[in-house]
Design a protein around this ligand. Structure first.
Ligand SMILES: N[C@@H](CCC(=O)N[C@@H](CS)C(=O)NCC(=O)O)C(=O)O
Length: 212
């Protein structure tokens, strides 16, 4: 059985669960012993981050490395196109999520607790997130209807954007192409099932963090 180190509210762990669900794989989900970043966990996963996968003798961290590995090991349903250019486009979108959109969202985390919040700065950081969504418009136009590797992280980050915009008293600005893409991707069983479990967990976690 695949073993996954994860915490319930982690964005990248939810990203991995969408892939696991889409491929109808079974997995055991464990909290990192000692917490992520702990010396105890680093004995098992040197980078200390989440999610991490253990498959027999194979141990891997980084959601995208894990996704590529599982997609090769369990090729049905395939989550990378056969066409060279389309495959590159799926990877481009995954990289955009992991290196451009999600880090812009993460920059807001420090402003969640009221005690450390700077509303003006949070507004500026939200504007960067909305700029990233505008950039995303050009990347998701023409995306097909099948769930590919790039379609696992984005729907989770969209939930974060809605929730965080609410925390800071704003409404997220969804460009039409991104809203249409989001609607399509949320129509898939693996995505909707994960988000149904994930969204209330995130809402509760954020409510607890505001007063930290
Ligand atoms: N690019 C990484 C990002 C993973 C990541 O940032 N994970 C967070 C939890 S959502 C984490 O482990 N943070 C603690 C750390 O990086 O030490 C991936 O795709 O797995």
């Amino acid at each position: 059985m695949l073993k996954v180190y994860a915490v319930p509210v982690s964005l990248y762990c939810a990203k991995l669960r969408i892939l696991l669900r889409h491929k109808s794989l079974n997995w055991d989900e464990l909290l990192p012993p000692g917490g992520y970043g702990s010396a105890e966990y680093k004995m098992l996963v040197p980078s200390g981050n989440l999610p991490a996968l253990v498959d027999g003798d194979v141990q891997l961290a980084d959601s995208e490395a894990i996704a590529e590995y599982l997609n090769e090991k369990f090729p049905d349903p395939k989550m990378l196109p056969s066409d060279l250019v389309q495959r590159a486009k799926v990877r481009e979108l995954s990289r955009f999520h992991d290196t451009r959109l999600e880090p812009a969202v993460r920059a807001l985390f420090a402003h969640i607790p009221l005690a450390s919040r700077d509303n003006a700065r949070a507004g500026e950081l939200l504007a960067v997130v909305f700029e990233r969504l505008d950039q995303l418009s050009g990347l998701v136009e023409g995306r097909g209807d099948e769930v590919m590797l790039c379609d696992c992280g984005l729907p989770v980050t969209f939930v974060w954007i809605d929730e965080l915009a609410g925390v800071f008293g704003h409404h997220a600005k969804w460009p039409a192409a991104v809203a249409a893409y989001r609607n399509r991707v949320e129509g898939h069983r693996a995505v909707s099932a994960e988000l149904a479990a994930y969204r209330p967990r995130l809402t509760a976690w954020l409510a607890g963090r505001v007063d930290d």
